[in-house]
Design a protein around this ligand. Structure first.
Ligand code: HEM
Length: 187
């Protein structure tokens, strides 16, 4: 069936299904989500894309790469190959998570408590790591920009540390994102 053939069509189908359910709920006396609810929905979808790929890189790709031949790596690094595709979703997932998160915080104003501020602070550090450390380093590693073997090796070290730091920060980040609305820890 066509909805299973292409991931973009699958994504659109998921949204269509969601809006059908919202419409059914609305006509049967349920609530219509407002702008804030929609932004929160987009926020955690983008967050899943971002953090899902962060965990994929750290738990799956990086540990398996020592067992991958140089020839296979070349294929994986090519334009439209696995690594650049994963990095595209990764960095734009980070960007959308940040934008939607800041929009939510802006809408909450002074009612954004300490828990969400801690989560947001960690998220902003992680976003900066993605855009200003990991992505520039990956551009060298994958060959989008020219780099010597030495430059590639030091870029790989830098990217790994930034990426591992993001794994560490993601754990309290998720705790504080969830606690802010359900079991306030600091406030
Ligand atoms: C990048 C910086 C981030 C900022 C500025 C931010 C900000 C926010 C804000 C203001 C809320 C609204 C809280 C509420 O509705 O009461 C929220 C909720 C949420 N955030 Fe983030 N966030 C960030 C990163 C992340 C990341 C990386 C994830 C990972 C998935 C995430 C997952 C969530 C979830 C699941 C909620 C809903 C919590 C709930 O209502 O139960 N956020 N975030």
């Amino acid at each position: 069936m066509f909805i299973f053939k292409n991931h973009k069509v699958s994504i659109i189908t998921g949204f269509v299904l969601s809006f059908i359910l919202i419409a059914i709920a609305a006509v049967s006396g349920g609530n219509l989500p407002d702008h804030f609810d929609m932004a929160r929905w987009m926020h955690f979808m983008a967050g899943i894309v971002w953090i899902g790929l962060l965990y994929y890189f750290n738990f799956v790709q990086v540990p398996s790469f020592p067992h991958v031949s140089a020839e296979t790596k070349k294929d994986l690094f090519q334009e439209n190959g696995l690594v650049l595709r994963a990095l595209w979703w990764f960095r734009w997932g980070a960007m959308f998570t940040l934008i939607s998160g800041l929009a939510l915080m802006g809408a909450m104003g002074a009612s954004a408590g300490m828990d969400i501020r801690i989560g947001a602070l960690f998220g902003i550090i992680m976003w900066a790591n993605v855009w200003f450390v990991i992505w520039p380093a990956q551009r060298k590693i994958v060959g989008v920009v020219e780099a010597s073997a030495d430059e590639k090796a030091s870029a790989a070290k830098r990217a790994l540390i930034a990426s591992r730091l993001n794994v560490i920060l993601s754990i309290p980040l998720l705790l504080f994102m969830a606690s802010s609305a359900h079991f306030p820890i600091f406030n």
